[in-house]
Design a protein around this ligand. Structure first.
Ligand SMILES: [Mg+2]
Length: 455
């Protein structure tokens, strides 16, 4: 396919929410009822190609996300794709500049919106080149890659010159890793689907056995409902998964720093790789303290899914505060800022293990982890696999029988959702949200809050 240079003519933004809480998918100690939701943007162009980009939320507030996307999306209407992609680093910088800067476009909901807008541009770029996004990025020269990154605030830890050298060093062996990616042997998967907090012990046992049969060797479980309950549940998991399995726990920001240290010491005998989000994601020094204190017990620390930007990741790495960089593909400023975090992680020698526990995240992160393996770190890491809602996507994520992520093959960034999903789950007009049950869930202002939810 010959590359085209479409002009963006208009856009639509839609609020899409799947009622995943009804199956306890995504339940954790801070939120008992996660509805996987997308603020979904599509740019139309004069060529018939469209660029799709979205960001994620847990249901409540998704309308705010959609409003934020609507406030940013008009900036790119009328622009030729090449005028944005010839210097993506500059495009990122412009998206977070101007009057909107007061609204914190590099943190919080505006950040999610910036991500959705830039995701749509990356999707359109990859579609116009007829390549899956990971391949588009891996085919960029080191000089072209560097132009995708806004180095502002990074240069005390990572310079443009250093990145050029890092990327050039990897060029010689890139073809070998590209071959592995094309054989679906780039990115091993780990499983989270067995470990949602709302599942019964029997359900956990059944899901673990089925995940083991699918070839998984790494499992992550939610924890933090109390020591007695955690010891019983994690003991069961260790027994079913076997001594060789790699186990991780995730407590979703539950504790104060010292509380995390004291609690986790009690789980040392379970041989855990890491505890994920033990405390506030903003507390970089707190994570460093927890990591140092738990090291003698053989337990690592992981965080990143709520870390807003490259500056925080820089500090997290400088402070030696994490054993895994769990970037979220929807929280950073799209592929641009993700590339800077992949490069920072490679420089500090910490593996990138992206967060992909929500609908569509595995679809996007299978591109990101493949880019990291082929073109940035050159190292094998692992990527989360959750098995819900893949059927809703036009280019669904898949895993191989031996537990690897399938490298995406369709042109674009795998963002497109099938039209049928909107008929049922667009909020509030879709048939589910118009049903008595849907209306009741939407009317509950405390949905997901322990002790307060009434629906
Ligand atoms: Mg998590």
């Amino acid at each position: 396919m010959t590359a085209t240079d479409p002009t963006i003519t208009s856009f639509t933004v839609r609020d899409l929410r799947w009622p995943t809480s009804l199956e306890n998918i995504g339940s954790d100690p801070m939120n008992l009822a996660g509805e996987n939701a997308l603020g979904y943007l599509q740019y139309e162009t004069d060529t018939g190609l469209f660029g799709t980009g979205w960001s994620f939320s847990n249901g409540q507030g998704n309308d705010v996300l959609c409003t934020a996307i609507r406030s940013l999306a008009p900036r790119l209407v009328g622009r030729k794709l090449s005028s944005l992609t010839s210097n993506m680093g500059d495009t990122q910088r412009k998206m977070v500049s101007g009057q909107i800067r007061f609204m914190s476009p590099e943190r919080g909901v505006l950040q999610l919106a910036t991500c959705a807008v830039l995701n749509a541009i990356w999707d359109l770029w990859a579609k116009s080149e007829g390549k899956p996004l990971w391949r588009l990025v891996c085919d960029l020269s080191p000089e072209e890659t560097v132009r995708c990154i806004d180095f502002r605030y990074l240069t005390d830890a990572l310079t443009r010159q250093e990145v050029l050298q890092m990327l050039k060093r990897l060029e010689a062996s890139k073809a070998d890793r590209l071959k592995l990616a094309l054989q679906n042997k780039a990115v091993p998967a780990y499983n989270t689907s067995a470990g949602w907090l709302g599942h019964s012990d029997d359900k956990v046992r059944e899901l673990l056995q089925s995940a083991k049969a699918q070839g998984f060797k790494h499992f992550k479980l939610k924890a933090g409902l109390g020591l007695e309950a955690d010891l019983r549940r994690l003991g069961l998991v260790r027994e079913v998964a076997g001594q060789d399995a790699v186990l991780m726990v995730d407590v979703n920001q539950l504790w104060d720093v010292d509380e995390a240290i004291e609690y986790m010491k009690n789980l040392a005998h379970l041989n855990l790789w890491f505890v994920e989000e033990p405390t506030s994601p903003d507390d970089i020094l707190g994570h460093a303290k927890i990591r140092k204190a738990l090291k003698p017990y053989g337990i690592g620390v992981a965080t990143g899914e709520h870390i807003n930007n490259r500056v925080m990741f820089k500090q997290l790495l400088q402070a030696e505060a994490t054993d895994a960089v769990q970037l979220d593909a929807l929280r950073l400023c799209s592929v641009n800022e993700i590339l800077s975090v992949l490069l920072l992680s490679a420089k500090f020698g910490v593996p990138v293990v992206p967060h992909s526990g929500g609908a569509g995240m595995v679809e996007l992160c299978s591109h990101i982890s493949t880019i990291d393996f082929v073109a940035v770190s050159g190292q094998t890491s692992i990527l989360e696999y959750t098995d819900h809602l893949h059927e809703a996507f036009e280019a669904p994520a898949q895993i191989t029988p031996d537990g690897y992520h399938v490298s995406p093959t369709q042109a674009g960034y795998s963002c497109d959702v099938k039209p049928d999903e909107f008929e049922k789950y667009e909020c509030p007009t879709g048939s589910f949200w118009q049903s008595p049950q849907g209306k009741m869930m939407l009317a509950d202002p405390w949905r997901g809050v322990p002790g307060e939810q009434s629906s």
